[in-house]
Design a protein around this ligand. Sequence first.
Ligand SMILES: [Zn+2]
Length: 133
Amino acid sequence: MMLAPAGLSLYIHIVSTFDFAKLIVQLAAEFKRRDMRAHVDLLRPYYRSFQERRRAALREKKPPWTEELVIEWLCILQIPPFENVLPTLAVGARACGCDVKVVGIAMIRCVFPGGRVRECKGCGARWIERASP
Ligand SMILES: [Zn+2]
């Protein structure tokens, strides 16, 4: 299934903000509660694989890349069809309505040749600031 770009930013927000392993366990519990046994059987090996990849990443100085990280970079570098996932804003602008006096300035999540990604500490919204010419 192809993720729609509109849903992709939510997806990236979820995998990078929440305890994803805990969410998988909660999903399994809900599948069990609803007697969705085939889904539980498919989720179990995925969970093992996820935990193995996470442990391997913790052992490495330079962790192996994940699908999430590749997709995040596709969005950051605006490679189609991910060119509109992250809005591009002027320096100092904000992609969300959070009050700067309450949550402070948005932190720089990463810098790349041509710009940087900012993230709101209040709501987790992300956007691209192009480097000044
Ligand atoms: Zn915000």
